[in-house]
Design a protein around this ligand. Sequence first.
Ligand SMILES: [Zn+2]
Length: 391
Amino acid sequence: MNRWRSLAAVGIGAAGTLVAAAVGTSRQIRLDERPEALQKADALLVFGAAVWPAGPSLTLEVRVDRTAQVYREGWAPVILCSGGLSNGISEAMTMRRQLVERGIPASAIIPDDGGVTTRDALRSARAFGAGRWKRIIAVSSPYHMHRIRRESARQGLEVVLCPAFRSGPSTAAMRAFDRRQHRREAMAVVSYACRSRLDAAIESPLARVPVAAVRQLVARVKSFAGVADAVTDASDAIGDLVKSASNEPSDAQTALTPAAAGLAWPVQDLVTSFFGLRHRRLHAGVDIRAAYGCPIHATAAGVVVATPRLGPYGNVTIVDHGGGLSTVYAHQSGVVVTEGAAVRRGQLLGYVGTTGGVQAPHLHFEVRVHGSPVDPLAYLSAQPVAPVART
Ligand SMILES: [Zn+2]
């Protein structure tokens, strides 16, 4: 009986602490909603919001409007659009399109699908900046500012808070929406704080070994349970896409011999994994190590066949170069070209990332002849950097 009573006391105590934290946080959220004086910054970071099949949410449009305005006033030279998938649609690409419609040059906009949470978005911004971005302007809804301030402080990023307010009078439905968002936000901030403590506990030396071992085991079980099949399925899907886009019969001779192709390197860095059999299945391309956010360039002139999000390949761009030759760029954090676009050799296609569930940022690059993968190293021009040892 005594034990139950003390358990109940602990439960009530914990709930009370959480409610108190949420109430305190709610006040801080209101305080951080007040706009700060803008300062010149290295980049604008706009946080994603819902996109429906019928179009973007009002929340997203309001954020895009504010971003365009701040950019036009000259506060920062580049805009990082960060978000996840919303109803299967890329929030980052939606914001990019909206910004272009508002007259912002496409060359100043970087889409990033790696920002599902506030924490991820800020991590992405730090990775894109690679130490060069000292200060960023964060654009999001007013209620979101407090969480951004807390999380950027945690990550050691200097952030100028730039809340995006709706213009015009609010309807009753809008005010109810705001109140709901505000309550949700308070709970999110508290749960973030709890998770940060949990992360810290997991990262402490005492906890590190078992957690790492458990994670490894889970990863291995997962990989045996179907990742291999998923990779094969995605690879087959790419082959089908390439074949359906090409007008030539599949038995046609390719116009290009490997050496004559002389493809340019899509990113210039070390090859960390080669084409060939790996764990008894085909690694259909090469992995080129590169920093998160590093630009990826078209290896030759061609036409963009598709830019799907393809399971373990993540964000993919497939380019048809004619003569049965095509190239594939996987794991991108953001894609900047669209289906059907003609691209020049060396044109920006997207940015290196970790989509498709890879651990370290890299470009998985494939060369295909009539849809079937071949060794890219045979088709690429002499490499500027020596490849590292086979792993
Ligand atoms: Zn790979």
